[in-house]
Ligand binder design. Structure first.
Ligand SMILES: [Zn+2]
Length: 433
C-alpha cells in the first residue's frame, strides 16, 4: 500500500474518533442555544442547559455539546433565561380578595420568591404553609408576621386604607411577648414600625439577634436613621424617614417629632403618623443637606443597613392595561380608583419628594449600600409580579446598570435572607455558588 494512502486512512480515523459523540440525557429536558443572564456571570450566549427532576444538571456552550435527536430538546434561540426573581416587599393581607390570585400572578411574571413584610400571623402563615407543601408550583414565601408597632399603632384596622396589619405594644414587656410568640410560630424575619419607642426598637433587635433573625423596618419616628442603624437594624423599607435625617435641621425635626408624638398619643396611629409626615417630610426635603446625607450614608454603609427603596410605589406609572390579568372585581375597582386619581394633579411637594427618592437611591448605590427590589404590592394599584419589573426599570433610572438591578431581585435577597446560595440567585447547577 502506498504510504500516502495509509496516512490518508489514519487521518480519516483520527477525524472520526475526534468527532464529539452524540450524547443522550435520559428523562431530561434540554434547552439549547439560549442566552443566560445573571448578576454573577453576566450575559452568556448559546448555552445549553440539561434539566432533570426540576433542577439544572449541566450548563455548557451549545457548540461543545453534541446532542442526540433522541433527547427532548427545546430551541432557545432568541430567548433569555434569568434566575427566578424576588419581590422583597409584598402584603398578602392588604387585600384579602386579591390574595388567592397573587401566587399565580407572581409566577406569570417570573417571580419565584416573595417576602411578606406585614400581616397578621394567622393569615400570612397559610401562604407560607402552601409554599412549603408545594415548593415546585408555588413561589417561595418568607414572612415577617405583623408589623411590630408601638402605641398608637398605625395599621390598627380602623380605616380601609389601614387594615389590621400591626400589633401595637405599649411597653417593652409587650414587645418581648410579641417577639417570643412570633418566634415560636416560625416567622422568617421581624418588621419594626414607626410608633416604637427607641427602647422597644432596641429590644426587638436584641431578641432577633438572640434568635438568629433579621429585622427590617421603618425607622421609628422617635429616632433618627443613624441611631436606628447603629442599634442594628438590618434593612430599611421605602428609605422611610431617611429624608428627616438628611436635612440641615434634622435635630430640630427630631425634637419636634418627639413633641408631636406626645401631644398626639391619644389619636389613632394612622392619623398621628400622617400629621407628623405632613409637618416634616417636605420640610426635610426642602432642607436637604448633602453633607448631612453623606454622614448618614457612611453609617448605613459601615453597618450594612440594606435598602428596599420601593420606587414604583411612589413613582408608579399606573396604567389601566396593567390590570388586565387581575380578577374582574378588582380590575373594575382599581380602574375606578385610578380614574379618580387621574383628575388630581400630583402636588409639587409630592413630585419633589419622589424625585428626591430617585436621587437618593442613586446615591445609596454609589455608597455601595446593598439594595433589594421590592414593591409593596398590592398597595398603590401595583399589580403583583408586573410591578417588580417596573421597580427594576426605576432602579435603572436611579443609576444602577441593568445587571446591577437584576442583582437586587436575585442574588441580593438570596444573600440577606441567608438562603442556601447553592440553590438560588443565579443560573447554575446545584452546589455551585
Ligand atoms: Zn409595606
Amino acid at each position: 500500500m502506498p504510504k500516502y494512502k495509509l496516512l490518508f486512512g489514519l487521518i480519516i480515523l483520527f477525524v472520526v474518533s475526534c468527532k464529539p459523540k452524540e450524547q443522550v440525557f435520559p428523562d431530561s429536558l434540554i434547552i439549547e442555544n439560549i442566552t443566560t443572564i445573571d448578576a454573577k456571570n453576566g450575559l452568556k450566549e448559546h448555552q445549553t442547559l440539561i434539566i432533570k427532576e426540576g433542577k439544572i444538571q449541566k450548563i455548557a456552550s451549545s457548540k461543545d455539546l453534541k446532542l442526540s435527536k433522541k433527547n427532548t430538546i427545546i430551541d432557545g434561540s432568541g430567548k433569555y433565561l434569568i434566575p427566578g426573581l424576588w419581590d422583597a416587599h409584598i402584603h398578602f393581607a392588604y387585600m384579602e380578595e386579591l390574595a388567592p390570585s397573587m401566587f399565580g400572578l407572581f409566577l406569570a411574571y417570573g417571580i419565584t420568591s416573595i417576602r411578606d413584610t406585614g400581616g397578621q400571623i394567622s393569615y400570612v402563615k397559610k401562604f407560607k404553609e402552601a409554599s412549603m407543601s408545594n415548593p415546585t408550583t408555588v413561589p417561595r414565601v418568607m414572612i415577617a408576621g405583623p408589623l411590630l408597632d408601638g402605641m398608637p399603632n398605625v395599621y390598627d384596622g380602623s380605616a380601609p386604607s389601614r387594615p389590621h396589619l400591626s400589633t401595637g405594644s405599649a411597653t417593652v414587656d409587650d414587645i418581648v411577648k410579641q417577639v417570643n410568640q412570633l418566634d415560636s410560630i416560625g416567622v422568617d424575619l421581624l418588621k419594626a414600625y414607626e410608633m416604637l419607642t427607641p427602647e422597644q426598637f432596641s429590644k426587638i433587635i436584641e431578641l432577633a439577634r438572640e434568635k438568629g433573625m433579621k429585622v427590617t423596618g421603618h425607622v421609628p419616628l422617635s429616632m433618627d436613621v443613624i441611631s436606628a442603624s447603629n442599634a442594628g437594624l438590618n434593612s430599611m423599607e421605602h428609605m422611610r424617614n431617611l429624608e428627616l435625617s438628611c436635612a440641615s435641621n434634622a435635630e430640630e425635626l427630631l425634637n419636634n417629632r418627639k413633641q408631636l408624638l406626645i401631644s398626639g398619643k391619644n389619636d389613632p396611629g394612622g392619623i398621628l403618623r400622617s400629621r407628623i409626615h405632613a409637618a416634616q417630610r417636605f420640610n426635610a426635603v426642602d432642607n436637604y443637606d448633602d453633607e448631612k446625607a453623606n454622614e448618614v450614608l457612611k453609617v448605613l454603609a459601615k453597618n450594612e443597613t440594606w435598602q428596599i427603596p420601593t420606587l414604583a410605589l411612589y413613582r408608579s406609572t399606573r396604567l389601566k392595561e396593567n390590570f388586565t390579568h387581575l380578577p374582574d372585581s378588582i380590575r373594575i375597582k382599581w380602574e375606578n380608583g385610578l380614574q379618580a386619581m387621574e383628575n388630581q394633579e400630583p402636588s409639587p411637594d409630592r413630585t419633589k419628594y419622589t424625585n428626591w427618592m430617585l436621587k437618593m437611591t442613586g446615591k445609596i448605590h454609589q455608597y455601595e449600600i446593598a439594595i433589594m427590589a421590592g414593591t409593596d404590592t398590592p398597595i398603590g394599584y401595583l399589580t403583583p409580579g408586573l410591578s417588580l419589573h417596573e421597580e427594576l426599570s426605576q432602579l435603572v433610572e436611579a443609576g444602577l446598570s441593568p445587571l446591577e438591578a437584576l442583582k437586587t431581585a436575585t442574588l441580593n435577597p438570596a444573600i440577606i435572607l441567608i438562603l442556601k446560595l447553592s440553590l438560588v440567585g443565579s443560573v447554575k447547577i446545584p452546589g455551585q455558588i
